[in-house]
Design a protein around this ligand. Structure first.
Ligand code: ATP
Ligand code: MG
Length: 397
């Protein structure tokens, strides 16, 4: 938490109250503060309608206006101000797309998913906590607000959010809540893959992916999500247990793909950049399962992929070799060049030296030279490269 986020949020609350509107701080930031964790954004809820909020703060943006959220840009950093609301009727276990504004804070908190996410802080710093969220945080319990069967029936994503919060905090999912997840597991199929992916991204980097995999297998959630039935069962569970806390979510996707043997397809709609990262990790993993990385591997593949690939090869036991991330760093440090641009010559030099017309041969020779330099057989100087090139092209005829 940067205190600036909290200061800005309290200032927004004060200004709303000065204008005669009830306002509080709510959501994840309150939970994280009670747990002594840093918060990334501090959200405000208010009885004021979006138009009234916009009239009080001169600088706002309408980012979430359809859900009653006005983004207040001044004071900075930005604060999201959402009008107290309930969610309308739910069809198909998905988030409703229309909302109803209410005047009661209790009503607003009642539609939230878990008791620890349904606590408000007033402008004077006191808590409004009608569902016992603070106590549940103290006990380390994730408990649905109200009747868990109803809550998961309304929005099936909440089941995966429960798993995500368990993974993030190490808290227990309260037994009634957990049993309700088992009963409703099949309805996770109705949730959009985009929302599922966002939760899984947070699970992969939570540091407790093993716990999440265990709970998802136990409750049956895994059986209704692509790839996870296989990846979250048997000996694989022990591998997730050792997965630790990767620096980026793509490592989780790579291990999942690896376990499920996914060859092609994109069931979780990863972005192109994520797909490329996963592919690089799996390529690295495949190499590392058989041998140590070569300088050419270190040159071609990004460092994070080499490190993650080695880790996964080691975790899945295909590599008899130890996982030595510091070896990877020194391999990279010792590379004579890190990209084609660092080569002491260009294609134009090759054309001038050979007296031949340009053509596809230039690219082929550049890549030969690149490989010779990377692997250390050829020094990266104009003289050395010129000599080696002229010898070669002559013998080629
Ligand atoms: P994070 O730390 O990941 O941001 P968060 O608890 O702030 O976690 P958000 O998705 O940012 O989660 O949502 C903010 C708040 O809105 C939650 O704390 C919760 O009160 C409520 N909320 C979010 N999603 C749901 C949902 N699917 N059902 C009910 N309440 C929800
Ligand atoms: Mg949040």
């Amino acid at each position: 938490m940067t205190d600036k986020h909290w200061e800005a949020a309290f200032e927004v609350v004060d200004r709303l109250r000065d204008a005669g509107h009830e306002a509080v701080i709510v959501g994840g930031a309150v939970r994280d503060r009670l747990m002594g964790l840093p918060a990334h954004d501090v959200d405000v809820a208010t009885a004021a309608l979006p138009e009234e909020v916009k009239a009080i703060f001169p600088k706002t943006a309408d980012v979430g206006i359809a859900h009653g959220t006005v983004m207040v840009l001044d004071p900075a950093p930005t604060v999201e101000v959402t009008t107290y609301r309930t969610e309308g009727t739910y069809t198909d276990h998905r988030r409703p797309d229309h909302v109803e504004y209410v005047t009661s804070l209790r009503e607003d908190l009642r539609r939230r998913d878990f008791t620890m996410n349904a606590i408000a802080i007033r402008g004077d710093g006191s808590l409004y906590d009608p569902f016992g969220g603070e106590e549940d945080i103290r006990l380390g319990i994730i408990r649905a607000v109200g009747n868990p069967d109803e809550r998961f029936g309304e929005d099936a994503l909440r089941m995966l959010r429960a798993v995500r919060f368990a993974a993030k905090t190490g808290f227990q999912i309260e037994p009634e809540t957990k049993m309700a997840i088992s009963r409703h597991a099949v309805s996770i199929r109705h949730v959009s893959v985009e929302r599922i992916k966002m939760e899984m991204d947070k699970i992969w980097t939570s540091g407790r992916a093993g716990l999440a995999a265990q709970v998802m297998a136990e409750t049956g959630l895994a059986g209704h999500l692509p790839l996870m039935d296989r990846a979250f069962s048997g000996t694989n569970l022990g591998i997730w247990e050792k997965f630790g806390k990767p620096s980026q979510p793509v490592e989780g996707w790579a291990l999942l793909y690896h376990m499920a043997g996914l060859q092609d397809g994109n069931p979780f709609k990863l972005s192109n950049a994520e797909k490329r990262s996963v592919r690089d990790i799996l390529t690295s993993c495949e190499i590392r399962s058989e041998r140590s990385y070569s300088p050419m591997d270190a040159y071609r593949l990004p460092e994070p992929a080499l490190i993650a690939g080695s880790r996964i090869a080691h975790l899945t036991g295909k590599s008899g070799m130890p996982d030595e991330p510091q070896m990877i760093s020194s391999l990279i440090r010792e590379l004579p060049i890190t990209s084609l641009r660092e080569l002491a010559i260009t294609g134009n030099d090759l054309i001038a030296w050979s007296g031949k017309k340009g053509g596809p041969w230039v690219k082929k020779w550049l890549s030969n030279i690149e490989e010779e330099v990377v692997t250390g057989y050829l020094k990266n100087t104009r003289e050395d490269i010129k000599g080696w090139f002229l010898d070669g092209i002559e013998s080629e005829g």
